[in-house]
Design a protein around this ligand. Sequence first.
Ligand code: FAD
Ligand code: SF4
Length: 537
Amino acid sequence: EEAVHDPPAARGSHRGPQGQLALTGGRTDKLVVVLGDQLDPQSRAFDGFDARLDRVWMAEVAAESTHVPSHKARTALFLAAMRHFRDELRARGITVEYRQLGQHAAGTLGEALRADLERLRPGRVIMVQPGEHRVATDISAAVASAGPQLDLAPDDHFFITPGEFEAWARGRKELRLEYFYRWMRRRTGILMDGDEPAGGRWNFDAENRSSFGAAGPGWLPSPAAFAPDVVTREVIDAVARELPGNPGRLDAFDWPVTRAQALAALDDFVTHRLPLFGRWQDAMWRGEPWLYHSRIAAALNLKLLNPREVCDAAARAWRDGRAPLDAVEGFVRQILGWREYVRGIYWREMPSYLDRNALDADRPLPAFFWTGETDLACLRETIGQTLALGYAHHIQRLMVTGLFALLWGVRPREVHEWYLSMYVDAVEWVELPNTLGMSQYADDGLLASKPYVATGKYIARMSNYCAGCRYRPDRAHGGDACPYTTLYWDFLARHRERFARHPRLALQVRNLDRLPHGEREAIAARAAALRRALDAG
Ligand code: FAD
Ligand code: SF4
């Protein structure tokens, strides 16, 4: 059954000796397809690559930026990294067939590839297993219709294959991150002393996740910034020209777009921010998007960095006494734990996962998600920052935008499309389980052990957003009630039956039941008024 989940190449079939490759009368022998999130010249698709016979194929197609309206910085990051990668390959003498945005007619990757397969007539097409179900289907169909054999190579930018995740998951009543993560620690030996976790504990959450308090974060180390070079500036101009209607801004673009820059970004993080990463992981502060976060998710997802080298760099910092264990464990957990876990869930559940809607949420996404124009200060700040940078950190995504969508009852598909559009690091295999599972509970608790619901008091505790807001986080009804607080109780009331016996939510439902009848009525009235006001625009 594992073969269902792993591409055939995972069993080694692509590793044929070079001598077996036949010359095909001057035509390309192998065509190595490289997608925008597969930018690693060491990838298994290049095994046995012969620059005299083989070629690389890459394409920028509008559909990848318009099937959901991709943030301009997200598209620019992908295209800038692709063009730098192309140039590096060419500098090594490799022939790269490269289709540039605006310079060819094909709308989708499949269409662009089909046209070129007819022209190039390669004997075989080889690529790393695509990270997105839709793209995998599109490319397989294009290659099948053009004739050559398609070999899929496993993606070495993960610690385990989807098949290995499946083997771990099979037969378990519940899939829980904590058990998966411990299994991964033992399996990889990362932060382990023999069979025991380094420092004697698996989890340092108790030390982590503080808030800044009234004093604020104080001095913050500025992360390494990468000014756009000529290639990136050309991309930025092309995106502004070709995709003028897409959301987001480009003026602050400073993301790493090459492997050398990505390594510099990792080193900068490990040296200057990792030591305090754990402690301030969940905190938010107005005007401070980066805080102690790493900013490396996009580089990881485009495969400019390998998760092994990232975890090793963090573990080394601890062993050398440059960062405390609570910070390093908190960081490794995100990559060795969450990142691998959500990918396993994605491939296990797709394609039907896209349509899950366990809570029957049926409201449209409020229009202000695309503009940031709202009087809820936390949402204004988080969405405004997202439009400016294509970035928000985990708690902004989960407990500001995600929480609002969950409490409001937005259709999960629309929430998913917004997150896939908006973040520079968004790729469906990681974005979808985080959005649909962790943040919207649309998979009925498959991924998260409970819905992440809270009142505005959580946001007040973890940030200074509420100080600049016309609402009061401690009020559940009345004209100045915080919409989160009202909608939190409204959510529990709407889903009372489902969660009354839920092991991790029953207590919150009991608190709802304890509210005086009059207060519950006032909350319901306030929730109805909020819905009327927002629906009326
Ligand atoms: P840091 O906070 O410094 O974390 C370190 C690294 O850990 C990240 O770079 C990332 O690779 C990994 N990581 C952290 N949390 C997660 C997680 N929950 N799942 C997987 N990997 C994680 N991450 C993406 O890479 N792409 C997405 O499209 C994406 N969409 C998200 C949508 C929602 C609704 C939520 C709640 C989270 C999403 N995340 C996504 C996870 C997380 O928010 C981002 O990885 C993180 O904010 C990226 O910023 P950073 O590199 O500074 O991360
Ligand atoms: Fe957000 Fe409510 Fe705080 Fe306003 S009061 S910033 S809406 S949590």
